[in-house]
Design a protein around this ligand. Sequence first.
Ligand code: ZN
Length: 430
Amino acid sequence: MFKILRYLIFVSLISSGYYLFIFEYLNISEKYIFEEEIIKKEIVEDKKEIIREKKEEVASPNIKKNIDKEQFVEKRIEILQGDTFVSILEKLNFKQKKIYEIISKTEESFDLKKIKTGEIISVFENNFGEIKKIEFFKDSKTIISINLDKEINLNVRELAKETFIESKEYTIIESLFSDGIKNSVSPDILIKIISLFSFDLDFQRDIRVNTVVSISYEFDEIIETGRLEYKDIKYASIIIDGKQLEYFKFITDDGYTDYFNREGKNVKKSILKTPLDGARISSNFGMRKHPISGFNKMHKGVDFAAPTGTPVYAGGNGVIEYVGRNGGYGKYIRIRHNNGYKTAYAHLSNYKKGISKGVRINQGDIIGYVGNTGNSTGPHLHYEIIYQNKHINPLKLKLPSGKILEGDELEKFKEEYKIIYADHLSLLYE
Ligand SMILES: [Zn+2]
């Protein structure tokens, strides 16, 4: 009896395992066939195009001239979730050896792990359906071409661009941002405007209905793709309580991109008291019971509670002095500013790409993101201002005034701002 029962259990286990295997197999192969069908269909359609082109060629009197020239048909493949460059090459029926060659050649100038879902890989086939070239964007301005002749060679091509200046003026009815969008100002520019104005304005209190905003900015157009890349604000003006605030872009002699009013006075404060948006103070500077150790300890900074991933801005112009893990501080950045000031940022979840020791940054640049690393009980930014190696209370900081241009630098600025302003007016009213 017991033997029979054991036998039955054994058989049922085997059969259910077999069933699961078949089920998964069908699932996988169905998916695979489906994907292959799409590719086949695309190829068939491309072939049709070749035929169509050929017919046109026949109809054309230039047929002899063109007959030997190889025609390529471009097939565009979107990178889907889960795709890798290798899996795409496999789907295109490349042999493993060829795939290896293509990958190692390409990785000489591009990290293929950086290829992103949603991007397009273009594949060029000749009349015989042989893939002769693969192209994709390295970034918005650079194309990588992999030419597949007897030898594989790589061609990295910068796309030509044209630079434009654009001026806009609009009236705020709802908000600086939403009315900007309605007046077709790019969000990239609006974010920069808000960050520029935020040194002087409290948006909720200061901006009223019918406030006029006037701005001028640069952008590049990538000619081949028509893509726009927004650059610096050149001029911005807003009138608050009958007082006009003006901001002119100027690159100072020490190399910082900054904004000054007509008198050559820097509109930015030298160090931000709050280096992130929308945060609330969760722990102040001074003596307190440490939330983890329980001991009474000096809290040498200010804690701002904010969700993980909230961008953290550089508190002032300066040079990155330290980036990396720093004990209980977790992921940590320290910036050295002018006049003996330093600022430190702790418990970050991550650093902004490109932030490393010695890198020069401008006030308001994103340097990292709020996190919960090191000795921390929840996502927050611990912010320190250090003056001549002593910690000071950021909220009580008597801010040294921003830079005031003098002498030759002031003269140079005056010449530049007049041009910026004249351009702005002519763009607005011409
Ligand atoms: Zn803290």
